[in-house]
Design a protein around this ligand. Structure first.
Ligand code: MG
Ligand code: ZN
Length: 371
Protein backbone atom coordinates (compact mmCIF):
# COMPACT_ATOMS: atom_id res chain seq x y z
CA UNK A 1 0.00 0.00 0.00
CA UNK A 2 1.42 3.41 -0.99
CA UNK A 3 1.90 5.87 1.84
CA UNK A 4 -0.87 8.24 0.69
CA UNK A 5 -3.37 5.43 0.22
CA UNK A 6 -2.39 4.04 3.60
CA UNK A 7 -3.11 7.38 5.26
CA UNK A 8 -6.46 7.60 3.55
CA UNK A 9 -7.21 4.06 4.60
CA UNK A 10 -6.37 4.83 8.23
CA UNK A 11 -8.43 8.02 8.03
CA UNK A 12 -11.36 6.06 6.63
CA UNK A 13 -11.16 3.59 9.51
CA UNK A 14 -11.11 6.44 12.04
CA UNK A 15 -14.12 8.10 10.40
CA UNK A 16 -15.96 4.77 10.25
CA UNK A 17 -15.18 4.29 13.93
CA UNK A 18 -16.54 7.71 14.85
CA UNK A 19 -19.66 7.13 12.80
CA UNK A 20 -20.30 3.72 14.29
CA UNK A 21 -19.64 4.96 17.82
CA UNK A 22 -22.47 7.37 17.25
CA UNK A 23 -24.59 4.90 15.41
CA UNK A 24 -26.20 3.18 18.39
CA UNK A 25 -27.79 6.37 19.63
CA UNK A 26 -28.61 7.68 16.13
CA UNK A 27 -30.19 4.38 15.16
CA UNK A 28 -32.29 4.26 18.30
CA UNK A 29 -33.59 7.75 17.70
CA UNK A 30 -33.70 7.95 13.90
CA UNK A 31 -37.26 6.75 13.55
CA UNK A 32 -38.49 8.08 16.86
CA UNK A 33 -41.21 10.68 16.75
CA UNK A 34 -39.72 13.63 18.67
CA UNK A 35 -43.15 14.20 20.23
CA UNK A 36 -43.66 12.39 23.53
CA UNK A 37 -47.01 10.61 23.37
CA UNK A 38 -46.79 8.06 26.17
CA UNK A 39 -45.13 8.44 29.58
CA UNK A 40 -44.30 5.50 31.80
CA UNK A 41 -43.25 6.97 35.16
CA UNK A 42 -41.69 4.37 37.44
CA UNK A 43 -40.97 4.95 41.14
CA UNK A 44 -38.87 2.60 43.22
CA UNK A 45 -40.02 3.47 46.74
CA UNK A 46 -36.88 3.79 48.86
CA UNK A 47 -34.59 2.99 45.90
CA UNK A 48 -31.46 5.07 46.37
CA UNK A 49 -28.27 4.40 44.46
CA UNK A 50 -27.11 2.01 47.21
CA UNK A 51 -30.20 -0.18 46.70
CA UNK A 52 -29.41 -0.41 42.98
CA UNK A 53 -25.71 -1.01 43.69
CA UNK A 54 -26.45 -3.74 46.25
CA UNK A 55 -28.68 -5.49 43.73
CA UNK A 56 -25.97 -5.32 41.09
CA UNK A 57 -23.26 -6.52 43.50
CA UNK A 58 -25.49 -9.37 44.63
CA UNK A 59 -25.77 -10.70 41.10
CA UNK A 60 -22.03 -10.50 40.41
CA UNK A 61 -22.28 -7.19 38.52
CA UNK A 62 -24.56 -8.64 35.83
CA UNK A 63 -26.20 -5.52 34.33
CA UNK A 64 -29.71 -4.62 35.44
CA UNK A 65 -32.33 -3.47 32.93
CA UNK A 66 -31.82 -0.03 34.50
CA UNK A 67 -28.39 0.01 32.86
CA UNK A 68 -30.09 0.20 29.46
CA UNK A 69 -31.11 3.78 30.39
CA UNK A 70 -29.89 6.29 27.79
CA UNK A 71 -29.70 9.29 30.14
CA UNK A 72 -29.10 9.49 33.89
CA UNK A 73 -29.79 12.29 36.36
CA UNK A 74 -30.10 12.88 40.08
CA UNK A 75 -33.02 14.26 42.11
CA UNK A 76 -33.13 16.18 45.38
CA UNK A 77 -35.87 14.72 47.52
CA UNK A 78 -36.35 17.03 50.55
CA UNK A 79 -39.94 18.02 51.43
CA UNK A 80 -41.38 21.43 52.34
CA UNK A 81 -40.83 20.87 56.05
CA UNK A 82 -38.05 18.31 56.34
CA UNK A 83 -34.73 17.54 54.70
CA UNK A 84 -35.80 13.91 54.90
CA UNK A 85 -39.05 13.33 53.05
CA UNK A 86 -41.67 10.68 53.61
CA UNK A 87 -43.42 8.91 50.74
CA UNK A 88 -46.49 11.15 50.97
CA UNK A 89 -44.63 14.44 50.44
CA UNK A 90 -42.29 12.83 47.91
CA UNK A 91 -45.22 11.23 46.05
CA UNK A 92 -46.97 14.61 46.01
CA UNK A 93 -43.80 16.27 44.66
CA UNK A 94 -43.43 13.66 41.90
CA UNK A 95 -47.16 13.66 41.07
CA UNK A 96 -48.01 17.37 41.27
CA UNK A 97 -44.73 19.30 41.03
CA UNK A 98 -45.36 20.88 44.44
CA UNK A 99 -43.23 20.40 47.57
CA UNK A 100 -45.44 19.79 50.57
CA UNK A 101 -45.17 18.75 54.22
CA UNK A 102 -44.47 15.16 55.20
CA UNK A 103 -47.68 13.15 55.46
CA UNK A 104 -49.67 15.25 52.97
CA UNK A 105 -51.23 13.69 49.85
CA UNK A 106 -51.94 15.85 46.80
CA UNK A 107 -52.25 19.09 48.79
CA UNK A 108 -49.79 21.96 49.27
CA UNK A 109 -48.42 23.08 52.69
CA UNK A 110 -51.63 25.15 53.14
CA UNK A 111 -53.68 21.97 52.60
CA UNK A 112 -54.99 23.24 49.26
CA UNK A 113 -55.44 20.57 46.54
CA UNK A 114 -52.88 20.55 43.73
CA UNK A 115 -53.63 18.74 40.48
CA UNK A 116 -51.51 15.73 39.60
CA UNK A 117 -50.00 14.93 36.23
CA UNK A 118 -52.37 11.94 36.06
CA UNK A 119 -55.40 14.18 36.55
CA UNK A 120 -54.09 16.64 33.94
CA UNK A 121 -53.43 13.77 31.52
CA UNK A 122 -57.06 12.64 31.96
CA UNK A 123 -58.33 16.17 31.29
CA UNK A 124 -56.26 16.18 28.10
CA UNK A 125 -57.84 12.95 26.88
CA UNK A 126 -54.95 10.60 27.61
CA UNK A 127 -55.51 7.15 29.05
CA UNK A 128 -54.10 6.74 32.58
CA UNK A 129 -53.03 4.00 34.93
CA UNK A 130 -51.54 3.18 38.35
CA UNK A 131 -49.76 -0.05 39.28
CA UNK A 132 -48.27 -0.73 42.75
CA UNK A 133 -46.99 -3.62 44.85
CA UNK A 134 -48.39 -2.23 48.11
CA UNK A 135 -51.92 -0.90 48.61
CA UNK A 136 -53.29 1.36 45.85
CA UNK A 137 -54.31 3.68 48.70
CA UNK A 138 -50.75 3.88 50.05
CA UNK A 139 -48.90 7.19 49.82
CA UNK A 140 -47.16 6.93 46.45
CA UNK A 141 -50.11 5.96 44.18
CA UNK A 142 -52.46 8.02 46.38
CA UNK A 143 -50.53 11.21 45.56
CA UNK A 144 -51.47 10.76 41.87
CA UNK A 145 -55.25 10.69 42.44
CA UNK A 146 -56.17 11.91 45.93
CA UNK A 147 -56.13 15.19 47.88
CA UNK A 148 -56.16 14.63 51.63
CA UNK A 149 -54.15 16.14 54.44
CA UNK A 150 -52.94 12.81 55.82
CA UNK A 151 -51.69 9.63 54.19
CA UNK A 152 -53.47 7.71 56.95
CA UNK A 153 -56.91 8.60 55.52
CA UNK A 154 -56.88 5.50 53.33
CA UNK A 155 -60.68 5.02 53.22
CA UNK A 156 -61.02 8.57 51.89
CA UNK A 157 -58.16 7.97 49.46
CA UNK A 158 -60.00 4.89 48.10
CA UNK A 159 -63.02 7.12 47.30
CA UNK A 160 -60.86 9.09 44.85
CA UNK A 161 -60.79 6.02 42.58
CA UNK A 162 -64.46 6.86 41.95
CA UNK A 163 -63.73 10.57 41.43
CA UNK A 164 -61.07 10.09 38.73
CA UNK A 165 -61.33 8.36 35.38
CA UNK A 166 -58.14 6.34 35.74
CA UNK A 167 -58.43 3.50 33.19
CA UNK A 168 -56.41 0.87 35.05
CA UNK A 169 -55.33 0.48 38.67
CA UNK A 170 -53.70 -2.56 40.23
CA UNK A 171 -52.28 -3.38 43.65
CA UNK A 172 -53.42 -4.24 47.17
CA UNK A 173 -55.74 -2.44 49.60
CA UNK A 174 -59.10 -4.16 49.06
CA UNK A 175 -60.16 -3.57 52.67
CA UNK A 176 -60.21 0.20 52.15
CA UNK A 177 -62.83 -0.34 49.42
CA UNK A 178 -64.99 -3.01 51.06
CA UNK A 179 -64.44 -3.06 54.83
CA UNK A 180 -65.26 0.55 55.60
CA UNK A 181 -66.61 2.57 58.50
CA UNK A 182 -69.31 4.05 56.24
CA UNK A 183 -70.47 0.60 55.13
CA UNK A 184 -70.08 1.43 51.44
CA UNK A 185 -68.72 -1.16 49.03
CA UNK A 186 -66.64 0.88 46.62
CA UNK A 187 -65.94 -2.15 44.41
CA UNK A 188 -69.68 -2.33 43.59
CA UNK A 189 -69.73 1.41 42.92
CA UNK A 190 -66.71 1.04 40.64
CA UNK A 191 -68.45 -1.76 38.74
CA UNK A 192 -71.51 0.47 38.33
CA UNK A 193 -69.14 3.07 36.90
CA UNK A 194 -67.95 0.61 34.25
CA UNK A 195 -64.92 -1.01 35.84
CA UNK A 196 -64.29 -4.71 35.82
CA UNK A 197 -63.03 -5.48 39.34
CA UNK A 198 -60.73 -8.50 39.71
CA UNK A 199 -58.88 -10.05 42.64
CA UNK A 200 -56.46 -12.54 41.03
CA UNK A 201 -53.47 -12.08 38.73
CA UNK A 202 -54.93 -14.59 36.23
CA UNK A 203 -58.01 -12.37 35.85
CA UNK A 204 -55.77 -9.38 35.13
CA UNK A 205 -53.92 -11.29 32.45
CA UNK A 206 -57.06 -12.62 30.72
CA UNK A 207 -58.88 -9.24 30.85
CA UNK A 208 -60.16 -8.05 27.46
CA UNK A 209 -62.08 -4.86 28.29
CA UNK A 210 -60.92 -1.29 28.81
CA UNK A 211 -61.45 -0.30 32.46
CA UNK A 212 -59.85 -2.52 35.05
CA UNK A 213 -59.47 -2.34 38.83
CA UNK A 214 -57.43 -5.10 40.46
CA UNK A 215 -57.24 -5.43 44.25
CA UNK A 216 -55.07 -8.45 44.94
CA UNK A 217 -54.77 -8.31 48.73
CA UNK A 218 -56.46 -6.88 51.77
CA UNK A 219 -53.73 -4.28 52.38
CA UNK A 220 -50.08 -4.71 51.34
CA UNK A 221 -49.34 -7.33 48.72
CA UNK A 222 -46.92 -10.10 49.76
CA UNK A 223 -43.21 -9.35 49.42
CA UNK A 224 -41.14 -11.16 46.80
CA UNK A 225 -39.64 -13.35 49.55
CA UNK A 226 -43.23 -14.23 50.57
CA UNK A 227 -44.06 -15.41 47.05
CA UNK A 228 -45.49 -12.43 45.14
CA UNK A 229 -44.04 -13.91 41.96
CA UNK A 230 -44.11 -12.13 38.60
CA UNK A 231 -47.07 -9.88 39.39
CA UNK A 232 -45.32 -6.52 38.81
CA UNK A 233 -43.72 -7.14 35.39
CA UNK A 234 -46.83 -9.00 34.18
CA UNK A 235 -49.29 -6.40 35.50
CA UNK A 236 -47.14 -3.61 34.02
CA UNK A 237 -47.18 -5.27 30.59
CA UNK A 238 -50.94 -5.80 30.76
CA UNK A 239 -51.60 -2.22 31.90
CA UNK A 240 -49.52 -0.88 28.98
CA UNK A 241 -51.50 -3.06 26.58
CA UNK A 242 -54.84 -1.75 27.91
CA UNK A 243 -53.74 1.90 27.93
CA UNK A 244 -52.38 1.73 24.40
CA UNK A 245 -55.71 0.34 23.21
CA UNK A 246 -57.71 2.97 25.13
CA UNK A 247 -56.32 6.18 23.67
CA UNK A 248 -54.89 7.27 20.36
CA UNK A 249 -53.81 10.48 22.14
CA UNK A 250 -51.36 8.56 24.28
CA UNK A 251 -51.21 7.66 27.96
CA UNK A 252 -49.65 8.35 31.36
CA UNK A 253 -48.99 5.55 33.83
CA UNK A 254 -47.21 5.42 37.18
CA UNK A 255 -45.71 2.05 38.16
CA UNK A 256 -44.38 1.66 41.68
CA UNK A 257 -41.94 -0.87 43.11
CA UNK A 258 -43.46 -0.17 46.51
CA UNK A 259 -41.64 -2.52 48.85
CA UNK A 260 -37.96 -1.75 48.28
CA UNK A 261 -38.76 0.74 51.05
CA UNK A 262 -40.05 -2.03 53.35
CA UNK A 263 -36.66 -3.77 53.11
CA UNK A 264 -34.91 -0.58 54.19
CA UNK A 265 -37.25 -0.08 57.15
CA UNK A 266 -36.68 -3.68 58.22
CA UNK A 267 -32.92 -3.35 57.58
CA UNK A 268 -33.23 -6.53 55.53
CA UNK A 269 -30.96 -6.61 52.47
CA UNK A 270 -32.68 -9.72 51.08
CA UNK A 271 -35.95 -7.76 50.88
CA UNK A 272 -34.26 -4.70 49.37
CA UNK A 273 -32.51 -6.78 46.71
CA UNK A 274 -35.42 -9.07 45.79
CA UNK A 275 -37.81 -6.11 45.51
CA UNK A 276 -35.30 -4.15 43.41
CA UNK A 277 -34.81 -7.14 41.08
CA UNK A 278 -38.60 -7.36 40.68
CA UNK A 279 -38.91 -3.63 39.98
CA UNK A 280 -36.07 -3.91 37.46
CA UNK A 281 -38.02 -6.65 35.65
CA UNK A 282 -40.88 -4.18 35.24
CA UNK A 283 -38.38 -1.56 34.03
CA UNK A 284 -37.32 -4.04 31.34
CA UNK A 285 -40.96 -4.46 30.27
CA UNK A 286 -41.33 -0.67 30.03
CA UNK A 287 -38.07 -0.19 28.06
CA UNK A 288 -39.12 -2.98 25.66
CA UNK A 289 -42.48 -1.26 25.18
CA UNK A 290 -40.65 2.00 24.38
CA UNK A 291 -38.52 0.14 21.82
CA UNK A 292 -41.66 -1.11 20.06
CA UNK A 293 -43.62 2.15 20.39
CA UNK A 294 -41.75 5.31 19.32
CA UNK A 295 -42.97 8.37 21.20
CA UNK A 296 -42.81 6.54 24.54
CA UNK A 297 -40.74 8.03 27.35
CA UNK A 298 -39.82 5.96 30.41
CA UNK A 299 -38.55 7.81 33.50
CA UNK A 300 -37.48 5.75 36.51
CA UNK A 301 -36.65 7.33 39.85
CA UNK A 302 -37.17 6.96 43.60
CA UNK A 303 -39.16 9.03 46.08
CA UNK A 304 -36.28 8.83 48.62
CA UNK A 305 -33.69 6.42 49.95
CA UNK A 306 -34.61 4.13 52.85
CA UNK A 307 -32.29 2.61 55.42
CA UNK A 308 -29.09 4.57 54.83
CA UNK A 309 -27.80 1.47 53.10
CA UNK A 310 -24.09 1.13 52.48
CA UNK A 311 -21.81 -1.59 51.17
CA UNK A 312 -18.66 -1.62 53.34
CA UNK A 313 -15.82 -4.00 52.62
CA UNK A 314 -16.25 -7.50 54.03
CA UNK A 315 -13.83 -10.39 54.44
CA UNK A 316 -12.94 -11.82 52.02
CA UNK A 317 -14.19 -9.55 49.26
CA UNK A 318 -14.83 -11.07 45.83
CA UNK A 319 -15.50 -14.49 47.25
CA UNK A 320 -19.04 -15.80 47.64
CA UNK A 321 -21.39 -12.83 47.85
CA UNK A 322 -22.85 -13.76 51.24
CA UNK A 323 -19.35 -14.20 52.72
CA UNK A 324 -17.68 -11.25 51.09
CA UNK A 325 -20.28 -8.50 51.06
CA UNK A 326 -21.89 -6.82 54.01
CA UNK A 327 -24.92 -4.64 53.62
CA UNK A 328 -25.20 -2.17 56.47
CA UNK A 329 -28.11 0.09 57.31
CA UNK A 330 -27.53 3.32 59.19
CA UNK A 331 -31.21 3.94 60.04
CA UNK A 332 -34.58 2.23 60.05
CA UNK A 333 -36.03 5.34 58.41
CA UNK A 334 -35.52 7.38 55.26
CA UNK A 335 -32.47 9.47 54.34
CA UNK A 336 -32.00 12.73 52.48
CA UNK A 337 -29.47 11.68 49.81
CA UNK A 338 -30.04 12.34 46.11
CA UNK A 339 -31.77 9.57 44.20
CA UNK A 340 -31.03 8.42 40.64
CA UNK A 341 -33.16 9.24 37.59
CA UNK A 342 -33.00 6.87 34.61
CA UNK A 343 -34.56 7.95 31.31
CA UNK A 344 -35.23 5.99 28.14
CA UNK A 345 -36.93 6.72 24.83
CA UNK A 346 -38.45 9.88 23.38
CA UNK A 347 -37.34 13.01 25.26
CA UNK A 348 -35.04 11.06 27.59
CA UNK A 349 -32.21 13.59 27.10
CA UNK A 350 -34.13 16.15 29.19
CA UNK A 351 -33.45 14.18 32.37
CA UNK A 352 -29.65 14.12 32.20
CA UNK A 353 -28.99 16.61 35.01
CA UNK A 354 -29.36 17.28 38.73
CA UNK A 355 -32.85 18.51 39.50
CA UNK A 356 -35.49 18.95 42.17
CA UNK A 357 -37.96 16.05 42.40
CA UNK A 358 -40.71 18.54 41.46
CA UNK A 359 -38.95 19.29 38.15
CA UNK A 360 -39.68 15.76 36.94
CA UNK A 361 -43.51 16.09 36.63
CA UNK A 362 -43.09 19.63 35.25
CA UNK A 363 -40.84 18.26 32.50
CA UNK A 364 -43.17 15.33 31.82
CA UNK A 365 -46.17 17.68 31.52
CA UNK A 366 -44.25 19.92 29.10
CA UNK A 367 -43.19 16.97 26.97
CA UNK A 368 -46.77 15.62 26.87
CA UNK A 369 -47.95 19.19 26.11
CA UNK A 370 -50.61 18.97 28.85
CA UNK A 371 -52.74 22.06 29.35
MG1 MG B 1 -44.83 3.91 48.18
ZN1 ZN C 1 -40.69 4.37 53.89
Amino acid sequence: MKRMTKHLFVAAIIVAGLVSADYGYAKKNKNVDPEVKNVIFMIGDGMGLAQVAATTVNQGYKPLNLERAQFIGLAKTYSANNRVTDSAAAGTALATGTKTNNGAIGVDPDKQPVKSILEKAEENGLATGLVATYSVTNATPAAFIAHVESRNMEEQIAEYYLKTDVDVFMGGGKKFFTDRKDGRDLTEELEDKGYTMVYELDDILSFKGDRLGALLSSNAMPKMIEGRGDYLPLATGKALEILQKNSDKGFFIMVEGSQIDSGGHKKDASVVISETVDFDQAVGVAFDFADRNPGTLVVVTADHETGGLSIPSGKPDFSLPDQGVKYEFSTGGHTGIFVPIYAYGAGAENFSRIMENIDIPHLLEQLLKLK
